[in-house]
Write a new protein. Sequence first.
Length: 595
Amino acid sequence: MSNAAEMTRRLVAILNADAAGYSRLMAEDETAALGALEAARDIFRQHVGALGGRIIDTAGDSVLAEFASALDAVRAALAIQAGLGQRNHGIAGERRLDFRIGVNLGDVLARPDGTIYGDGVNVAARLQALAEPGGICLSGKVFAEIEGKLDVAFEFGGEHAVKNIARPIPTYRFHPAGAAGPRAAAAAAAPAASSDKPSIAVLPFSNMSGDPDQAYFSDGITEDIITDLSKVSGLFVAARNSSFAYRDRASDLRAVSRELGVRYVLEGSVRKSGNRVRITAQLIDGAQGGHLWAERFDRDLTDIFAVQDEVTREIVAALKVRLTPEENRTIGRRGTENIEAYDLMLRGRAELASLTPAGTQRARALFDQAKALDSRFGAAFAGAAETYIREYSLGWNQNVAATLDKALALLAQALAVDDRSATVHAGLSYARLWKRDFDRAVDSARRAMILDPGSATAHSYGAHVLGFAGHYHEALAAAETVKRLTPHHPGFFEYAIGQCRMGLGEDEAARAALEIATSRMPDFGPSFLFLAALHGLAGRTDQAKACFERLQSLYPVRIDENWLRTVLPIRDPALLERLVRGCKAAGLIDAGGRR
């Protein structure tokens, strides 16, 4: 037997695969199971060999292979899943043989007989177990090697602890539906294309109160139903931004279903009058056009929480989705039993949407009133904190240190009430970012995305915070998730992409994203700053000056080199230098101030 002296150490990409449901298939039909396994192994041999890999072991229903290149390992994994998908085409679900695949990049110890050992192999096995049947799960190291080199969309899957590994491993997932071809997942603007779960969009409920000022209430009901449905792991729910793109539009629900890539559409209306409320809702099958469920609720306003809970549960039942015990407990939680506090919080949310200093001040007053009515209403504390973060980050409040401290204190109170709120952790990540507490900001951003993997808001904040903290590849993965969740995505998301691409030196891609950001959010100054710098670096002085003038019209502060270096929370010194150099090249700033 080989001893330790005969073993060599090397860095390799490890592919670990395991068959899902093989034991069940063996119990039903051994001959069919063995035939399916051998056919699958042929597919592995073909693609591993074609991409320069080596199969090390095929014990039981597993496959272990190594590659010199992480990119080749991922290409092989994609080709294998595509081949297995073609073989499974037309085979009933219970007779299919799907594989989970994990890919890691790490050090291994190799014996002369080719056997490999070590943490690199163990991590690959753990990643395989995290993949869905027919899917692929990559470590963060592998994703960093292949990001931008394949026409395939991987999404951030959270961090996972691995035995004997000191730090949790970041993971990135390719969903099973993409295995039919690499372009399928990347091109899928339709969210449902990346999931085999029932998929639904909740359109903004119509305000039937006869008072336009009551729109905040119907919007709030809609948002809370979206939030509740998003808690159900067995559903895919289109994000708020996508659904609200159809507000005040008479739309063909079949067309909405196609455009948002969902099978089902919920629409309804809200009529609030005094202490009474009427809510109507109907669930439509977007593919067939038929009604699955419809109901009208005439209740006292004090019953509004029970109505929202009932609507959510009726939809879940109609779609034949089973709730987990935890989902049963969390659905319907509003954080307060005080209807007046809840109403004030909804009004505050509506004011925040204005993105103006005056609207932000009005929102804070409403959140403060809600807090006074219920001192354990976490959403009200989080909303008030957001007003301070916005004032600081957009330069609306000159008492900057106190502004951030107030936000952090409010978020601490919100966390004390509910430490599993993705919204609170996302806000905390942003406040810590502007405090330049980068490591804790990143931890909070990741926590928010893990707590609510279906939240476009959590991933949008994640993309922004991770980008400023220099985790460009991970930030872009979060951005891809936003894109999948939100076909009608906001400019804030494109701004995050532009910043990351600039940090990676991909200036043309950065400029394209930032131009989308400035067109969609013409009142959001940071997009104009980064775009001005890119124009300056490229010698487009006139375009740079136009962007900078727009930025200065939005910001009431003096923008000079000192401001760029001390206020913006940019961790990557190379990106900061390029930002300063681009502004100087166009004559927008000098060391002393603005020209």
